[in-house]
Structure formats: C-alpha cells, structure tokens
Design a protein around this ligand. Structure first.
Ligand code: CO8
Length: 257
C-alpha cells in the first residue's frame, strides 16, 4: 500500500512529504495522522532542530478530501469534532516547522501551510480558500490566520471570491517568507532549515514561542513574555558559549542546553 506521508532526514532537518499525487495531496485522516506521527518522531529526536513539510511540484495540498467529507452530516462533523483531533498537531510542535509550497495550497492545504511557522513558496505556488465554491467555508483556521497574514481586505477577497493568490502577490502580502524557482524550492528550504537547526535548540524554541505570542496576546503581555524568556536565556550554557565565542572570534559549539 502506498504511504501517504513520507519522511526523510537531512542532517538536523526532518522532511515530511505528503504523498497522494493522484488526489492533488488532498488531506484526509490518514494523511493528517501520518503528519502527526512524523512530527511526534521529529519532536522527540534530539538530533532534529527544524522540520519542513512539503507536497509535490503540482500541489502542496488541494484542500480537505472532498470525496471523504461530501456525505458528512452536521451531527457527524460535530460529534466527531471533524478536523480537530489529529488535524492540528503542527500547531503544537515546539520545533520550527516550515511549509515548502509548490503548486496548489488550497482550502485546508492553505490553512495547513499557515499553521506552520513560515511558508517558503515556489514561483508556481497558488494559495486560496475556495471553500465557498463548495457551499462551505474555511474550517482549519483560514478565516483567522489569513487576515493576520495578509490583512482583512485580501483575506475577505480570497475567502469570499475564492480567487487564488500567486507567489508574487503572496510574497508582497506577507503570506510567505521567501519565493524560489520551483526547482530550487526544496534545496533552499532545507538550507534555511539547516541554518536554523544549527543554532541552540532551546533558543530556537524560545524564539518560536515568543514570535507566536505576537498573535495570541496583547502587545504588553507579549512584551512581558518576551522579556522573561529573554532573561531565561542567561541560564543556558549555550548563551555563555555563544557570547564567549563571539568575544574570542570563533564559531560557537552549541550543546542544546
Ligand atoms: N479532494 C479530493 N480530491 C481532489 C481534491 C480535493 N480537495 N482536489 C483535487 N482532487 C482530485 C481530483 O478530483 C482529481 O481526481 P481524479 O483524477 O480522480 O478526477 C485529481 O485530484 C486531479 O485534480 P484535477 O483533475 O481537478 O486537476 P486540475 O489541475 O484540473 O485542478 C485544482 C486542480 C484546481 C486543485 C482542482 O482539483 C480543485 O479545484 N480542487 C479542489 C480545491 C478545493 O476546493 N479545495 C478546498 C477543499 S474544502 C476544504 O479544504 C475544507 C476546509 C476546512 C477543513 C480543512 C481541513 C484540512
């Protein structure tokens, strides 16, 4: 049987590939469980410092699997808390997760990309929340994360007209961190992930946690959180090593503690 989620490690980087090419990588419970299991494994692996999630050249993921959900009724969706259990593992990952998006990232695919800490896009990437065309709406965070990423006007436009945003517009609008020619996307994303993973793991995690606070708290609460976490870095051997190495004009050797 084909595995719908494949994993590889590249040095200190864990790579997760969604592998349902015949269905444009549409997301179903099996795919999400596979992604969850891969994240669990990379989170517990001391050697991994950053995770990348990607699809294939045609699609990151073209949404939730329409075939699987088309006959659900309200009671089924509500009672089973559809797309909750097992679908949001990325959100709770403590190591950074980068989405490397080529081709379509639509509906749940766009939402899953936005659940990651940042998106690197191929010049072929197309983002959209076209659920309205199916008589439904974003359900995995699209109506909340998209406005925070691109502003209310563009988010309304995309969710209400179902239009897609290409890589140039996504870059200009702040939805993606970087854009690369499609054939360089994975290499460049892995390179950036390796850069991150070479730093001190506790510091990586503290920075991720602090940046995420910017979305989840008031400015003052976020500033206080940042200040306290910053103070705590002075308890790290890696802070001593990083600053000593700077003073001694040498490369630091971080021990992740
Ligand atoms: N679900 C199931 N199968 C899909 C999906 C999907 N979302 N998208 C594509 N496929 C299948 C097609 O049915 C087709 O299968 P087959 O060859 O057996 O007919 C195959 O993938 C190839 O697709 P196309 O022939 O349509 O390829 P095109 O290049 O012509 O078009 C598109 C590509 C534009 C991506 C087109 O397939 C499309 O519009 N797909 C649907 C996009 C969409 O509406 N996504 C939103 C889904 S709803 C959703 O995500 C709910 C969000 C809330 C929950 C989120 C949880 C993750």
């Amino acid at each position: 049987m084909t595995q719908v989620v494949l994993t590889e490690t590249h040095g200190k980087v864990g790579l997760i590939r969604i592998n349902r090419p015949q269905a444009m990588n549409a997301l179903n419970a099996e795919v999400m469980a596979g992604i969850g299991a891969a994240i669990d494994a990379f989170e517990t692996d001391e050697n991994i410092g950053c995770v990348v999630i990607t699809g294939n050249e045609k699609a990151f993921a073209a949404g939730a699997d329409i075939g699987a959900m088309k006959d659900y009724d309200y009671m089924h969706a509500y009672k089973n808390d559809y797309i909750t259990n097992g679908w949001e593992r990325i959100k709770t990952a403590r190591k950074p997760v980068i989405a490397a998006v080529a081709g379509f990232a639509l509906g749940g695919g766009c939402e899953m990309a936005m659940m990651c800490d940042m998106i690197f896009a191929a010049d072929t990437a197309k983002f959209g929340q076209p659920e309205i065309k199916l008589g439904t709406m974003p359900g995995l965070g699209g109506s909340q994360r998209l406005p925070r990423a691109v502003g209310k006007a563009k988010a309304m436009d995309m969710c209400l007209t179902a239009r897609m945003m290409d890589a140039v517009e996504a870059d200009k609008s702040g939805l993606v961190a970087r854009v690369y020619p499609a054939d360089q996307l994975i290499d460049e994303t892995l390179k950036a992930a390796a850069t991150i993973a070479a730093f001190s793991l506790p510091v990586i995690m503290m920075i991720k946690e602090s940046v995420n606070r910017a979305y989840e708290s008031s400015l003052n609460e976020g500033l206080l959180f940042e200040r306290r976490v910053f103070h705590s870095t002075f308890a790290l051997e890696d802070q001593k090593e990083g600053m000593a190495a700077f003073a001694e004009k040498r490369k630091p050797t971080f021990k992740n503690r």
